[in-house]
Design a protein around this ligand. Structure first.
Ligand SMILES: O=C(O)CCC(=O)C(=O)O
Ligand SMILES: [Fe+2]
Length: 302
């Protein structure tokens, strides 16, 4: 348990547990009770499941990924690979399209495991599938993402889609944890405006905000995060505002985010292999200019 009063540094901002940031509620005790899980997901907008993946599997995947970073010269010279120390170039490694890394057995044994698919089949009440694209992210010092709803990036086809963010390395509060905006799955105005955009159809910027302070003070959200251990996972729907906090450490933060949906419902074809062995992905409109979020937010008065 993170005691009230603990400080949480998000880049240059500081939040305080018990005031404007809360520790995520652990639903691991419910993991074999789909009815209870569905109720909790509807209520909280997320499921945080400690030890969702066996810790050894997550650690094996992290060590495999660190070896791939080492092969590319990314680790600090003279340091043990297992420590994952960031090298002098401070490079982030998004291995999404590097299939001999992101689709290696060490990775798929975690996110495509029988227990993972059984879990989603029970959640959906029918067989589940996952996208061919897996977002295997290695964040160097300072690396992070920005606040968004996943619907804006991966929202085509069925509305019954869940994101799972899985920690592969131990990720303490200052090491780039995932951060969600509690209650954002119920923010009708955000869902009806920003949430309905499709960045590749509408040619709109997809990041809602990079400023956590604005989301707390102006929009009124409380942040939710945790100290993630290898194998811990957080699961949420397409309308949950989230970001990662900057990794303030000198160790790579390695995570993977994957999407699951009922196998017989509409897919988002941008994220499945085509005949050329690649997926289309986001940002595929060549030379497009994207309407800035500041302009969109002016139109939406939000
Ligand atoms: O890992 C991150 O930094 C961002 C993850 C994310 O946006 C997601 O899991 O959907
Ligand atoms: Fe996301």
């Amino acid at each position: 348990m993170i005691p009230d009063g603990t400080q949480f540094r998000f880049g240059e901002h500081v939040f305080t547990f018990g005031k404007d940031v809360m520790e995520l509620r652990d639903s691991s005790a419910l993991r074999d009770d789909p009815t209870a899980l569905r109720a909790r997901l509807a209520e909280d907008g997320y499921l945080f499941i400690r030890g969702f993946h066996p810790r050894e599997d997550a650690e094996r995947a992290a060590n495999f990924t660190l070896a791939a970073i080492a092969d590319r010269g990314g680790l600090a010279p003279g340091t043990p690979k297992a420590q994952g120390r960031v090298g002098p170039d401070n490079r982030n490694f998004p291995f999404f399209r590097v299939l001999d890394v992101s689709h290696d057995r060490h990775i798929l044994d975690v996110v495509d495991s029988h227990t993972t698919f059984d879990f989603y089949a029970r959640m959906f009440g029918k067989p589940a599938l996952t996208f061919d694209k897996r977002w295997l992210r290695c964040m160097a010092t300072g690396g992070h993402n920005h606040f968004h709803y996943d619907n804006v990036y991966v929202g085509r086809g069925t509305p019954n889609r869940l994101t799972m963010w899985s920690a592969l390395t131990d990720t303490d509060l200052d090491e780039g944890p995932l951060v969600i905006c509690l209650g954002s799955h119920r923010h009708e105005r955000l869902i009806a405006t920003y949430g309905q955009t499709d960045m590749d159809r509408d040619l709109t910027e997809a990041v809602f905000s990079s400023d956590p302070r604005e989301l707390v003070e102006d929009v009124g959200f409380t942040l939710g995060t945790a100290h993630f251990e290898p194998g811990d996972a957080i699961i949420f729907g397409m309308f949950m505002m989230h970001s990662s906090a900057p990794n303030l450490s000198d160790r790579y933060r390695i995570s993977i985010d994957t999407r699951y949906q009922p196998a017989d419902e509409g897919k988002d074809e941008r994220f499945f292999f085509r005949e050329n062995g690649r997926w289309l992905g986001n940002f595929h409109n060549k030379d497009a200019t994207y309407t800035p979020m500041t302009e969109l937010r002016r139109r939406w008065s939000i």
